[in-house]
Design a protein around this ligand. Structure first.
Ligand SMILES: *[C@@H]1O[C@H](CO)[C@@H](O)[C@H](O)[C@H]1NC(C)=O
Ligand SMILES: *[C@@H]1O[C@H](CO)[C@@H](O)[C@H](O)[C@H]1NC(C)=O
Length: 465
């Protein structure tokens, strides 16, 4: 036997001996019979195993339950959305409704405290209400509002969504608490007269406006709201413009709105050196406009089922009140697809110039816009201007400097002249676009021009269209 082999053999023997000794004397108490002892051990092992399995099973159950809950939540939210879209068909999710109700209450309380906050400078809190439906490009509008907003506590942004369009809701929700999202709950079908079937969109818009303005003024309790649609670009001084004109709107009961829009605001028709110039207008321009609660309280109970913009232009609603509008628009629409007329956009809206120079309106004295000041000054300015014809204006044959006036006496003459000058030529309730006391002010070849009725003008003729 070789030496190494012997050592190996001896080592294995010693190990075996140790193992046997351990088994016989230590692991096994001598006062138990071997079989009995073994059985007890097996029993113990089995119970332990059972216990562990049970634990794992319970863990698994827990996990499974969590998974089930997640799936259920997902299904519920899908169903709630569907119910929203189809007009509340599901009655089984009372708990979810309760949760939503609590969330809503919390939102209302939060917004109410924002609305009632007294800001350090004593200035107003003005909500910005964005109307959205199914255009995911709403982010373009929201991004600009957030970019130019001078202070969030001054201008809380609310995005009101109609149409139950999930992708748009997802885009809006990405902004988290930078903005507040509300959703028009009534998604029921609107019965529309057969002749107006293709204008159904306008009925939905009017319903949405009625609901969202009620919510913002009466539930959130804001006193003043700037209304914006989801397809608007805004100018850098958009907020400054509304903040600066706010005191005038509050002070003058013959004003009912401030609008950021000039209907004749194309390049060439506006004075690009006068971004600070503002007007009064009898024509409601819309497209980014500010409204107070007192006016809304008056309009809300009789709010129409469609064509709300032409409705507010009617004498019964307007009641001889005017809006403030700028020389150079503070909004521009980046594409009307959907309900509005695409043709109108291509032909007209897309040429409206958006202001680029920031005007510090809050530092300016805007009291010239109050009716008593404005009317005297405006009438004087218009009717002291040299009377010219369109041909004279076009041929550059006017020698004197300064503003000029082109008179009109009839609906047809107005329309024909407006067309020649590149102005909007339509009327609403007898009021021409941008008109004040019948006068339309614009720039032509660098010269201020007033297209104006006679000085003894007696008021609008709603028959003009
Ligand atoms: C809005 O509120 C007014 C006044 O409380 C109410 O008459 C009107 O029906 C409401 N409109 C909508 C759409 O809820
Ligand atoms: C603002 O302008 C008006 C004239 O339109 C003037 O009477 C008034 O004194 C001015 N106010 C201030 C504070 O300068």
């Amino acid at each position: 036997m070789r030496k190494n082999q012997f050592i190996g053999f001896a080592f294995v023997s010693v190990c075996l001996w140790a193992l046997v000794t351990y088994y016989l004397f230590l692991d096994r108490p001598l006062n138990h019979k071997p079989d009995q002892q073994k059985q007890i051990q097996i029993q113990e092992h089995l119970s332990l195993l059972e216990l562990k399995l049970n634990e794992q099973f319970l863990d698994g159950e827990k996990l499974l339950q969590q998974l089930r809950n997640i799936v259920k939540e997902q299904q519920l939210s899908v169903r709630v959305n569907e119910a929203g879209a189809e007009g509340r068909g599901v009655g089984e999710e009372q708990q979810l409704e309760k949760q939503q109700g609590e969330k809503e209450d919390e939102q209302v309380n939060r917004m109410r405290s924002l609305a009632e906050e007294v800001l350090p400078d004593g200035g107003p809190v003005i909500a910005v209400l964005v109307f959205a439906c199914n255009r995911i490009t709403v982010n373009k509008c929201i991004d600009q509002l957030l970019k130019y907003r001078p202070a969030r506590e001054r201008f809380p942004i609310i995005v009101s969504q109609d149409c139950g369009h999930r992708p748009t809701a997802d885009v809006i929700e990405l902004y988290g608490d930078e903005i507040t999202r509300i959703e028009q709950p009534d998604q029921s079908d609107i019965p529309v007269p057969p002749k107006e079937k293709k204008f159904k969109g306008y009925f939905k818009i009017a319903r949405h406006y009625g609901w969202a303005l009620n919510y913002t003024f009466f539930k959130f309790n804001f006193d003043t709201v700037i209304i914006v649609e989801d397809d608007l670009d805004i100018a850098p001084d958009f907020f400054e413009y509304f903040l600066g004109t706010y005191p005038i709107l509050k002070r003058d009961p013959t004003l009912w709105c401030v609008s950021a829009w000039n209907d004749n605001g194309k390049a060439g028709l506006v004075d690009e050196n006068a971004p600070d110039l503002l007007y009064r207008t009898d024509f409601f321009p819309g497209l980014g406009w500010m409204l107070t609660k007192s006016v809304w309280a008056e309009l809300a109970p009789k709010w129409p089922s469609s064509y709300w913009d032409d409705w507010v232009r009617q004498p019964e609603q307007r009641r001889n009140r005017a809006c403030i509008r700028p020389e150079i628009s503070r909004t521009r629409t980046f594409g009307k697809i959907g309900v509005s007329n695409g043709h109108f956009y291509e032909k007209h809206l897309k040429y409206i110039k958006l202001n680029e120079k920031f005007v510090p309106f809050t530092q300016k004295n805007l009291t010239y816009l109050l009716k008593d000041n404005y009317d005297v000054q405006f009438v004087k300015q218009v009717y002291e201007s040299l009377v010219v014809t369109y041909q004279e204006l076009k041929s550059d044959s006017i020698v004197s400097e300064g503003s000029v006036r082109i008179p009109y006496h009839t609906n047809d003459i107005y329309k024909r002249t407006a067309k020649l000058l590149g102005l909007m030529d339509d009327f609403r309730s007898g009021v021409p676009r941008t008109g004040y006391r019948g006068v339309v002010s614009f720039l032509y070849k660098g010269r201020r021009v007033y297209l104006a009725p006679n000085a003894n003008w007696k008021g609008y003729d709603p028959g003009w269209s």
